[in-house]
Design a binder for this molecule. Sequence first.
Ligand SMILES: [Zn+2]
Ligand SMILES: [Zn+2]
Ligand SMILES: [Zn+2]
Length: 492
Amino acid sequence: MDHVTPVKDQASTESYSNVGTSQQRRTRIAFAILTRSSKTELQGSKRFAVIHREFKSQIPNGPGKEANENGTWVCPFEYPGIPKNKFFSKTEAPEDFDWKVQNVFKIKGETSPATTYEGSDVLWYEDDDFAAANPEAMKLLETRHRFLEALQKTTEDPEVLKCIDRDQYLTKELFNNQQHLYWHYEDVSYYHNKIHVDYGIAGFSYMCLREEMVAPPNFQYIPYHVVKESAYKRCLASKGSKKYLELEAEVAGNKSFWSSKRTPTACEKPEKCKCNRIFQLLYKDTEDSLEDPRDRELPRKLLQPNKAGFLDLEHFNYISNQKIIVECSNACGCSEECPRRRLQQGQKKRLVVFYENEIIGFGLRAAEPIKAGEYVTEYVGTVLAPRNNNRNPSYDLGIEIVVEGLVIDSRKCGNLARFVAHACEPNAAFIETHSRIFETDPLIPRVSLYALRDIAIGEAVTICYYSRDKLSSGKGIKCACRPNCPNHLPKN
Ligand SMILES: [Zn+2]
Ligand SMILES: [Zn+2]
Ligand SMILES: [Zn+2]
C-alpha cells in the first residue's frame, strides 16, 4: 500500500435515497432510436437520442475517463463502459486530479473505514473524520452491511457464509490485491450504478459470494430503451401514439361509447385525468372483439394504483386476463409527483444483482424492504420488431398490448431487470405500461416490475416466466427455483 495522501474530496457515491427531481425527469432522455442508415431523416431532440449502426457504452466523464486515457495500470478484463486503465497511485495522477471516493469498506482489525478512488489504484485507510465528512458514502456502506446481515440469517450454504464475512470485513490481503476479481466487481458496480445515479434513479451493485468468483456479467448497460428504427416507426404509426383529443374525436359520433360513468382515479387531478378513458379508447375489449375465437378468452384488465402509487396485486397470479397500467401524461394536468406516474418516477429502492448458483447464474435481490404492490424497476432493452425465428430469444420480453408484436431484448443492451430469475411461486411480476411524460412523445412500450407481496432485505425478486400448465406438464428441464420444486421448465 502506497501511503500517499490524496487530496480529499466530498464522496461522489450518491445516496440510494437521492432519486431524481421532477425537473430531471422532464429533461432526461426518454429513449434512443437506433438507425442503420447514415442518411436517416431522424433527428435527435431533448427527449430522445439518435444512434447510428449500434449502441456502444461510453465511459462517463470524470476522473475514471481521464485515467483510462492516461493511466498505465491495466485491468485484466475488458468491459463496455468500464475504464480499462487507471492511474498508478498519486505519483502518476496529475496534480489537479479529481479524487473522488469510489467505495468505502470496513477492514479487519481497523476501526476506521478504508476507501478506493475512481480512476486510481489508491486504496486508502481513512481517519476518524472521514465518516462525518462523507455521510452518503457511509450510508451506502451501511446498506451493504444490512443486506449481508440479512443473508447471514437466511442462508445455510457454508461457502456463502464464509464469503459474507469477506464482504463485510475485507482482509488487508484482499484490500491490497488489486488483481483480485473482487475489485473488478467493484468497478462494474460503480460504473453501472453511476448510470442510475446520473439518470436520477436508485442504484445497485453486483455481488458474488463465492471463493472462486465468476466474472461479473458483461453487457452494455442502458437506463432507457434503444428502439430500432423499424420498431420506432411501428410505435409512431400505432394508435397509442395519438394525442388524447384525437382519440376522443374518433368516437365523437358514437354516443353510446362512454356508457360508464367516470371511474375513480388516484391521479392528483381526478377531474382532469384521462388515463381511464385512454384505457377505454385503446385497450378495453368490447364484446365483439372477444367473440372472435382467435382473441383472448378474458377481457383485458386495467390495473390502477392507490394514492400512494401501490397496486392491489393480491390475486394477480389467479387472474389470467391480460393486464395493463396506464400512466398520466401532460394531458392529465397533474405534476410529476402524481401517484399514477410510478414508472416515470423510476426505481426508488436499491437492488443487488446477486450470483445465485451455476444453474440460475445471476439473480436480482432486494437491498431494502419492498412492499406488496410497490413498483420495483423497469425492464429495459432493445425494442425491435422480430422478422425471423433465428434470433436468440433468451432475453426477449414480448409485448402483447402496447404496440403488439414488438419485443424488448436485453441480451446485448439492458438493465438490471434482465437478471430477474424464474420462480414457480414468484413474488413479483412484469406488467405492460402505457407511459409517456408528454403526449408529443411517441408511445414506446414499457414494462414495469411490481412486487406481488412484501419482499425482505436480502430476498430474491422473482417472476414466473411460464404458464401453470406448462410448468406441470412434466416436459423440459427440472425446475430449480426452490428445493424439491416438482415442476419442469419448457425449452423455449
Ligand atoms: Zn396524474
Ligand atoms: Zn391520468
Ligand atoms: Zn419451480
